[in-house]
Design a protein around this ligand. Structure first.
Ligand code: ATP
Length: 219
């Protein structure tokens, strides 16, 4: 995922996972036999009525010796009443993020998604969109100019909660008034139920994405 001389842009929302991701990637620079450049970016969408504690994030990045870029954007949520605010906001955030990465020669962009995010997305895509897909550990985009990496994808949410607890990270994120977790919360509940049937259910759902037996699926 990470190679010698990589220039990596870490997308930091202010949530526990992206704060932990930045911390881990920064710590690893001290003992890995490769060197890489690390920057953080936080996107503020001005027409979403909440902001994180920027002063804290700035100090956090300073302590890690990571340069923080703050991008302010405007998603035009009110001008797109036919679209869900969450869709408009996250589409615009990604556009800003990738435009910034390309303009500043970042070949790798790191997100804080973990294993639970991946299996929730898998189940939601199957149930809502009749499609078997999720969020991959790495993804080549823009004709190979940018590689999205998700270094936490093999870690469970429980592990990330424990990491944030040990490091005493407090999530800077407040609940967004537009955010709708209905389907994701449902997927989380199903996974918890599956885990009661089999303690390995969470890991097995993740592993199943690499064990597709196409001979036993409809063509
Ligand atoms: N405002 C933002 N600025 C920069 N990156 C962001 C922002 N919001 C989300 N991201 C990136 O997208 C990933 C997934 O976003 P999502 O909103 O699902 O995460 P979260 O659960 O709110 O926060 P986190 O994953 O940091 O705990 C984050 O881990 C982060 O890498």
């Amino acid at each position: 995922m990470i190679a010698e001389n990589d220039k990596i842009l870490v997308a930091v929302s202010g949530g526990k996972d992206s704060l932990s991701l930045l911390d881990i990637l920064s710590e690893r620079r001290k003992f890995l036999p490769i060197s890489y450049e690390l920057h953080a970016v936080h996107i503020i969408t001005k027409d979403v009525p909440y902001e994180i504690d920027q002063e804290f994030l700035t100090k956090f990045c300073e302590q890690l010796d990571v340069h923080l870029h703050i991008i302010r954007t405007y998603a035009g949520i009110e001008e797109k009443p036919n679209k869900k605010p969450c869709f408009t906001c996250s589409w615009n955030r990604r556009k800003e993020l990738f435009d910034f990465a390309q303009k500043n020669q970042f070949k790798k962009v790191a997100f804080g998604h973990h294993l639970d995010d991946a299996i929730e997305t898998l189940l939601m895509n199957m149930v809502m969109h009749a499609n078997i897909s999720s969020i991959p550990p790495t993804l080549s985009m823009f004709d190979g100019n940018i590689n999205v990496i998700r270094p936490l994808i093999y870690n469970t949410n429980a592990e990330m909660i424990e990491y944030a607890r040990i490091k005493q990270f407090v999530s800077l994120k407040k609940e967004c008034p537009y955010e709708d977790h209905t389907y994701r919360n449902k997927a989380r509940q199903w996974i918890n139920q599956f885990e009661k049937l089999n303690v390995q259910a969470r890991i097995n759902l993740f592993k199943s994405m690499s064990h597709i037996d196409s001979d036993y699926l409809p063509s």
